[in-house]
Design a protein around this ligand. Structure first.
Ligand code: AMP
Ligand code: ZN
Length: 114
């Protein structure tokens, strides 16, 4: 989608540090990491947020979620543990309107979030 920074990363128009890629999803390092491991996982197809997941695109999201443990393992946090975060909309703190899942780990994470 035009002017979507994550679509531009998928298209190679904006560089990223890729950590996993297949036909339908891409994982790359967050540009402003909040933990020693901070990876962003996205579907290559533009979906604005979890609110827009439907019967047509659910397959890509299901595939994405199924790959998170493998990506976490490759990032070295499978045994120590990690958090998967999906922010939705204004109050959820979503700043990029292309659905993405954060993988955070490498330190003890606090709960609850601010
Ligand atoms: P959210 O606040 O949930 O929408 O998360 C968006 C995340 O994308 C933030 O953690 C940003 O640091 C990250 N981000 C924004 N632009 C880029 C980029 N060009 N490459 C990698 N991560 C990015
Ligand atoms: Zn997009």
């Amino acid at each position: 989608m035009e002017n979507c920074i994550f679509c531009k990363i998928v298209a190679g128009e904006i560089p990223s540090q890729k950590v996993y890629e297949d036909d339908t999803i891409l994982a790359f390092k967050d540009i402003d990491p909040k933990a020693p491991v901070h990876t962003i996982v996205i579907p290559k197809a533009h979906i604005a947020s979890l609110n827009e997941v439907d019967g047509d695109n659910l397959k890509d999201i299901a595939h994405l979620i199924s790959k998170i443990p493998q990506i976490a393992k490759e990032q070295g946090v499978d045994a120590s543990g990690y958090r998967v975060v999906n922010n939705i909309g204004r109050d959820g703190g979503q700043t990029v309107a292309h659905i993405h899942f954060h993988i955070l780990g490498g330190r003890a994470l606090q709960w609850p979030p601010g």
